[in-house]
Design a protein around this ligand. Structure first.
Ligand SMILES: NC(=O)c1ccc[n+]([C@@H]2O[C@H](COP(=O)([O-])OP(=O)(O)OC[C@H]3O[C@@H](n4cnc5c(N)ncnc54)[C@H](OP(=O)(O)O)[C@@H]3O)[C@@H](O)[C@H]2O)c1
Length: 224
């Protein structure tokens, strides 16, 4: 499985405001780049925090004639994945519509009635091992691989991105740095979670590109 993390942050490293409101950090040139990364993926993954904050759709614009070319002949949209230990995804979330398959990775403790409601709303609910509180991302990625996902794009938020690094599953990172300051000690950052105190993931810078009024930094994750 090849895992690509993509996010847009302010110069001070924030993904959104302290109110967790969605914010336009990049622009049309970067949206095009993100579409290309999405199109190359078999599935696009977010945490339930992002679903609740942003209600994202995570699909490509079907009206856009480039989609078929971007998808390299593969039909439709990449699958969508929500990491959601207790099944908090709202049943009317846009991510559950019929534009693509949606896997909800939940922990064993999710009540049966909640699973049934989410399945009725269009999700495929997948039970994944964990620490009892959170889905184990390594195990979740294994479950996706069993369902034919070879290339996964992770679109956030900060808790999930940290857990992906912590689980050692990230191969590539692309960060759009928008020319703005958001601030706020409680605003989500690129990697939240507990934070590392040792064995920090090391990155190899593979590219820089100016888009809109910002810059995309591309990295491969180092092996040390
Ligand atoms: N600028 C960008 O590119 C971008 C992209 C995406 C999101 N965002 C912003 O980021 C914010 C949301 O980020 P967030 O950090 O609050 O939420 P998140 O990372 O989207 O989701 C975190 C939630 O996922 C669940 N989870 C399950 N297993 C997990 C695991 N192993 N590790 C971590 N989380 C796990 C947890 O909820 P349960 O315990 O209930 O399972 C956790 O609270 C929003 O403000 C959104 O606007 C920005």
């Amino acid at each position: 499985m090849h895992v690509v993390v993509n996010a847009a942050q302010s110069v001070d490293g924030k993904l959104a405001t302290r109110r967790r409101e969605q914010l336009r950090i990049s622009g049309t040139e970067d949206f095009d780049r993100v579409d290309r990364v999405r199109a190359a993926a078999d599935a696009v993954l977010v945490g339930v925090g992002t679903v609740i904050a942003d209600d994202p759709h995570l699909t490509l614009d079907e009206e856009d004639r480039r989609v078929e070319r971007l998808r390299n002949g593969r039909p439709g949209n990449p699958a969508r994945v929500v990491v959601d230990s207790t099944g908090r995804t709202p049943t009317d979330a846009r991510i559950l519509d019929d534009a693509a398959a949606t896997y909800l990775l939940v922990a064993a403790s999710t009540p049966a009635a909640r699973r049934e409601a989410l399945e009725a709303a269009g999700a495929e609910v997948v039970t994944v091992e964990g620490d009892g509180e959170h889905v184990d991302l390594g195990a979740g990625i294994g479950a996706l691989a069993e369902r034919g996902v070879d290339r996964l794009m992770v679109e956030g938020g900060g808790e999930i991105i940290y857990s992906c690094f912590d689980a050692g599953v990230v191969d590539e990172l692309h960060v759009y740095v928008g020319s703005m300051v958001i601030g706020g000690r409680d605003a989500p950052t690129l990697a939240d979670g507990e934070g590392f105190t040792e064995s920090f993931p090391r990155l190899d810078l593979t590219g820089t590109e100016r888009l809109d009024d910002g810059i995309v930094l591309s990295y491969e994750v180092g092996s040390d």
